[in-house]
Design a protein around this ligand. Structure first.
Ligand code: MLT
Length: 326
């Protein structure tokens, strides 16, 4: 029997799977100070979402730990190298939330283009701004997807069905994957920005992608498709920090970017200190890409299976730090 700490919540059916496998599950958030003073020493495994950050000092203070489960995709809240060097396997659940993030991305795109959040805010203030809310169609426009993994490919399929032309920049993608989806693969990210009026981000946050969407690149966006002045639109449901938020606010203020919709931010949780959220052509959601009943159930079951496998000494398919393990 292993002791498993689940610190950021988990679907009850997934907790039941862990218990049925004979493990003892302790549910509840653990404060950073307690993690630093060894609160995880007595646990064999921990399962986190994004709220718990497992930096190297915390891993060093958790001598009993064998497995870290990330109930989700992004592992940027875990020090993979430090875990590997301490012999701790890190596993994630990369497929479970794909459809939910695809649907949120399309929702944000449509909300921006048809001014749904702005219209709603106006109506709450007693305004009937019918003539101000003229939007544009997605159909016939060029959608630029930065990264072309599972989520981007799902977005591409829906956007194609809605009549968009798909472009992508993904330096790690075999061209045949883009070809199979009918997407034009750009060798340089700048040509993607020069071509596309609509950009959606679907890559990890790394040193290479930090502030990849900056003032210079936003200035390249064409703002029109044929005779239609549709403006430039940016959506990010991947990770905060890929867009330079200061540059984005300036671009919204000077009209270079017509609308921006973000689910993820450089600093989360977002407070009213962040001026971006006050701009009329901005709307946001609080990092809810994977927050559906379906995704959370799948994420929980997938991570429970991977953690059980890792605790039994096997290497699960979703092991993400194998290069650092001895
Ligand atoms: C993920 O990486 O799985 C998503 O961003 C969802 C999350 O962090 O909760």
């Amino acid at each position: 029997m292993a002791r498993i700490a689940v610190t950021d919540g988990m679907a009850p059916e997934a907790v039941a799977v862990l218990e049925k496998a004979g493990h003892e599950v302790t549910l509840g958030f653990i404060e950073k100070a307690d993690l630093l003073s060894g609160a995880l020493k007595e646990f064999d495994a921990i399962i986190v979402r994004s709220a718990t950050k497992l930096a190297s000092e915390i891993i060093d203070a958790s001598s009993g730990l064998k497995v870290i489960g990330r109930a989700g995709v992004g592992v940027d809240n875990i020090d993979l190298e430090s875990a590997g060097k301490s012999g701790v396997m890190v596993v994630n659940a990369p497929n479970a939330s794909t459809q939910s993030v695809v649907e949120l991305t399309i929702g944000h795109l449509l909300s921006s283009l048809r001014h749904i959040p702005r219209s709603d805010r106006g109506m709450r203030d007693g305004k009937w701004e019918k003539s101000e809310m003229k939007g544009t169609e997605l159909s016939g426009k060029c959608l630029g997807l930065i990264g072309f993994g599972r989520i981007a490919q799902g977005v591409a399929a829906v956007a194609t069905a809605m009549g968009m032309e798909i472009h992508t920049y993904d330096p790690y993608l075999p061209p045949k994957v883009a070809n199979a989806q009918g997407a034009y693969l750009h060798k340089k990210v700048d040509t993607l920005f020069k071509t596309c009026t609509h950009i959606s981000i679907h890559c990890n946050l790394t040193e290479e992608t930090h502030h990849l969407v900056d003032k210079k690149r936003m200035n390249l966006m064409p703002g029109k498709q044929g005779r239609i002045e549709c403006g430039n639109h940016i959506v990010n449901c991947a990770r905060g920090g890929i867009i330079d938020e200061v540059a984005l606010l300036t671009a919204l203020e000077n009209g270079t970017v017509t609308s921006a919709a973000l689910d993820v931010f450089e600093v989360e949780p977002v407070t009213t200190e962040n001026k971006l959220i006050q701009h009329p052509n901005f709307h946001g959601t609080p990092h809810i890409g994977a927050a559906t009943k379906e995704a959370q159930s799948r994420v929980g079951l997938d991570i429970a299976a991977a953690v059980i496998e890792a605790l039994s000494g096997k290497k699960p398919q979703t092991l993400v730090n194998s290069k650092y393990l001895d």
